[in-house]
Design a protein around this ligand. Structure first.
Ligand SMILES: CC(C)(COP(=O)(O)OP(=O)(O)OC[C@H]1O[C@@H](n2cnc3c(N)ncnc32)[C@H](O)[C@@H]1OP(=O)(O)O)[C@@H](O)C(=O)NCCC(=O)NCCS
Length: 190
């Protein structure tokens, strides 16, 4: 019912539990591509588990501690953005995202992330927006940098992975940095 145009072709819409079939179809197109980089609990494998993922986010949205939105391109769900966590009491949230492979490399994700960070900072008073990424996730790190986030540090060997333990990079942007950058996109926080 509600859609926010991001470009001529792409719209951001709430990704609600009734969209589970579309979500599962998107995951089926994305599975191998995103599995190394996102939580395996997110990458549902059948309709009940896809509905459960979206229901979890719907419950978080209702409790004001998370949310998920999809990107539709020419009527097809191609990926999405989410608040993995959202805590207005302490003013901190974590942003996440995914795209199916055919949608990657077209500059579609940055405007969607900008939209939800802007909402978090301007409308909800969030002070610190976090981005947590596997240190080998080159595209995710490039996106964080492009958005103007800075690298706070690396948690070394946090999880076991298929090729040894995984380093987790933490990137962030603070509200004053975000607002300054939106006012002057050439400015840098580094
Ligand atoms: C992370 C992820 C969303 C990044 O997607 P992406 O397409 O690289 O990011 P953007 O939408 O910002 O697009 C930037 C790319 O589009 C290109 N591009 C093309 N047209 C563009 C335009 N008009 N404007 C901006 N960039 C454009 C850029 O050159 C860049 O490509 P390059 O890195 O090959 O040079 C995607 O790689 C993904 O889904 N990965 C798997 C899941 C994942 O890692 N999630 C994050 C976990 S922390």
């Amino acid at each position: 019912m509600f859609a926010l145009p991001l470009t001529d072709e792409v719209e951001l819409r709430p990704l609600e539990p009734w969209r589970a079939e579309e979500f599962l179809a998107n995951l089926d197109r994305s599975r191998e591509h995103i599995l190394p980089w996102v939580s395996s609990t997110f990458v549902a494998t059948d309709l009940p588990s896809a509905r459960a993922v979206l229901q979890r986010y719907a419950d978080r949205w209702a409790s004001d501690n998370g949310g998920i939105w999809g990107l539709w391109r020419q009527g097809r769900l191609i990926g999405g953005v989410m608040f993995v966590s959202f805590d207005v009491t302490i003013g901190v949230c974590e942003v996440g995202c995914w795209l199916e492979p055919a949608a990657q490399g077209r500059g579609l994700m940055a405007p969607a992330i900008r939209r939800i960070i802007d909402w978090a900072v301007r409308e909800r008073g969030i002070h610190r927006v976090e981005w947590r990424t596997n240190a080998d996730n080159v595209r995710s790190i490039a996106l964080a940098r492009r958005l103007g986030l800075r690298h706070d540090g690396t948690l070394r060997q946090v999880y076991p992975g298929p090729n040894g333990r995984i380093d987790l990079q933490i990137w962030s942007v603070l509200a004053p940095e975000w607002l300054a950058r939106q006012a002057d996109p050439e400015s840098t926080v580094h």
